[in-house]
Design a protein around this ligand. Structure first.
Ligand code: SAH
Length: 348
């Protein structure tokens, strides 16, 4: 069932008018959806209208199924969507402001070997309202702390679900929505060059992160299926055009895999590839996942790699990994829950 979080204020206005209601009802409804209220809390809306809405729309696109809280305060939420599918999101508290990481697909088609989200392939896209509902839920749950930043770094590939990603950004930055600044939104992609350029053309001025993870095509092909389709050169060229259009420095995400891409030679290749691109390299020590025999790199090696890049004149830092005691990397909580459900069903 479609939820009310799917609609912009203009769309809600058209909806209430079609139901023969005055325009101001749209603003009231918007306030309720943004507050993640249930229909019981729509106390300023006439009962008859609530009944009409109930028969066609869900008040909430997600409900909490479980959560895991890490020692560092990160909270990983597992949500159930109205059709029973599952989606994960994470609250990440920081001294300089709190982030919410949302998922944009159920599963993922990209099949990166190190990533738990793609392990079962893609089930379906999430709608803009389903992506938004994850943030709305967490904003309500963490009202005291507040949410300042949104990262599209959960399960799924945002640019492969392009229209819903763009609509989600529009909804969450709306003045009458959560009103998050566009600059405080990050979109992460495994790298679809035409979509990267389209995003810039469509007015996105947030941060774009590219999951590069290897500096040569040969190496990237070993860990990312998408590397069969696009070369690293094509990707970097599309990022240059993104920067030209938006003036926004891009982020290069680089997972450090022990003995695979963490050598001095890899740092030199990376330097060569990134020449002329305004970027910052985020080094992420690999989070071990089940069914994958890639090795994490040591903390010492990660910092040595970072220093090597800095010495070569590349801006880089090692990302502090948060919440890894809360069911590790993206997709793992969902996979474990789904596996436990399947095991329970086959027991019965
Ligand atoms: N689908 C998006 C977001 C993925 S999650 C994308 O492709 O960019 C955010 C980052 O975590 C990505 O760079 C992703 O490649 C990385 N990641 C995935 N699995 C990981 C793991 N096991 N350890 C460390 N980083 C991982």
């Amino acid at each position: 069932m479609t939820a009310l979080s799917e609609f912009t204020l203009d769309e809600l206005t058209a909806l209430v008018e079609a139901m023969g209601e005055p325009k101001y009802r749209a603003k009231q409804l918007m306030r309720h959806t943004v507050a993640f209220d249930s229909y019981d809390e729509y106390t300023d809306i006439p009962k008859a209208l609530i009944e009409k809405l109930k028969s066609q729309y869900a008040d909430r696109a997600v409900r909490e199924k479980t959560r895991v809280t890490a020692a560092d305060g990160a909270v990983r939420y597992l949500f159930e969507l109205t059709d029973g599918d599952l989606a994960e999101a994470v609250f990440l508290p920081h001294e300089y402001g709190n982030s919410v990481c949302v998922s944009c697909q159920v599963g993922c088609a990209m099949g990166c070997v190190f990533c738990a989200s793609g392990y079962y392939g893609l089930k379906r896209n999430l709608s803009a309202g389903e992506i938004l509902a994850q943030a709305l839920y967490i904003a309500r749950d963490k009202k005291a702390e507040g949410v300042n930043k949104i990262v599209m770094m959960g399960s799924g590939s945002p640019l492969a679900n392009y229209d819903n990603t763009v609509k989600f950004v529009r909804l969450i930055t709306a003045k009458d929505g959560l009103n998050i600044g566009m600059r405080s939104i990050s979109v992460s992609t495994c790298g679809l060059p035409d979509k990267i350029e389209r995003l810039a053309a469509d007015g996105f001025t947030g941060t774009l992160s590219l999951s590069l993870h290897a500096a040569t095509d040969a190496k990237r092909k070993k860990i990312m299926k998408i590397a069969e389709r696009y070369t690293v050169r094509e990707l970097i060229d599309s990022l240059k055009r993104f920067f030209e259009r938006t003036g926004r420095r891009v982020v290069i995400e680089y997972i450090l895999i022990g003995g695979f891409n963490d050598g001095d030679g890899d740092a030199a290749e990376l330097k060569k590839l990134l020449k002329g691109l305004c970027c910052h390299v985020n080094l992420i020590p690999l989070n071990p996942v089940e069914n994958c025999d890639l090795k994490p790199c040591s903390k010492k090696r990660a910092h040595a790699f970072c220093e090597k890049l800095n010495a070569l004149g590349v801006s880089a830092s090692v990302r502090r990994s948060m919440g890894s005691d809360a069911a590790g990397a993206c997709g793992q909580l969902k996979n474990r829950t789904a596996e436990a459900q399947r095991a329970k069903r086959s027991d019965a």
